[in-house]
Design a protein around this ligand. Structure first.
Ligand code: GLN
Length: 204
């Protein structure tokens, strides 16, 4: 069965996510095709979904205007994997403490935008991530900080602050896993659960 992978293509590193998804699929010997999501009607056909970074105000506004937001909520409600990165994490969060961002409430965390501070505007750090054997090269660009975690599980932290979480079928990171050649985070988000829980929606 060919899996259909959607990349929300409102803004951000769409081609990089598509490439990382293809590599992750190849590593797990899964056939998949990648579709860009700009219009409603595509997400319902997707088995897995990535929501890239960019500007969270713009992304959330367009997702709601285009009618894609309820489809993404339904995707997660059905238990299908979503990887949300950087601005994608902000949009997926329960609360971004910013009225300009209409969050989707898919990850039970509160985030603060651009909160790593001026000196650490952009940086790269080797990160220990729960579920990966070796450190992951994490690239942070005007990254949000997760400042409170509800039901979500913390997968990684920097200076004691969570930067990667899992909430059910959603993995969300404040860094950009698509900007390195390392596709293990995409694998973890999309296929990790498949190994842990043998009966997953992806196997249907
Ligand atoms: N600073 C952006 C925001 O708050 C996120 C940055 C990113 O996605 N690289 O929306």
């Amino acid at each position: 069965m060919t899996l259909v992978a959607g990349v929300v293509a409102v803004q951000g590193n769409v081609a990089e996510h598509a490439a990382a998804i293809r590599r992750a699929g190849a590593d797990r010997e899964r056939e998949l095709e990648v579709r860009e999501v700009r219009d409603p009607g595509i997400v319902p056909d997707c088995d897995l979904l990535a929501m890239p970074g960019g500007e969270s105000t713009t992304i959330s506004r367009l997702l709601h205007e285009e009618g894609i937001a309820p489809e993404i909520r339904e995707h997660v409600r059905a238990g299908k994997p979503l990887l949300a990165t950087c601005a994608g994490l902000i949009v997926a969060a329960s609360d971004a403490r910013d009225d300009r961002v209409e969050t989707l409430g898919l990850v039970d965390v509160t985030v603060e935008r651009n909160a790593f501070g001026r000196q650490r505007d952009s940086f790269e750090a080797p990160l220990e991530i729960d579920g990966l054997d070796d450190p992951f090269p994490a690239v942070f660009i005007r990254a949000p900080v997760i400042d409170s975690v509800g039901e979500a599980a913390v997968l990684a932290s920097v200076d004691g602050r969570p930067v990667a979480v899992r909430d059910g079928p959603v993995v969300a990171t404040s860094f950009h896993p698509e900007l390195t050649a390392d596709s293990r985070l995409h694998e973890l988000a999309f296929f990790g659960a498949e190994r842990a829980e043998s009966e997953h929606a992806l196997l249907e």
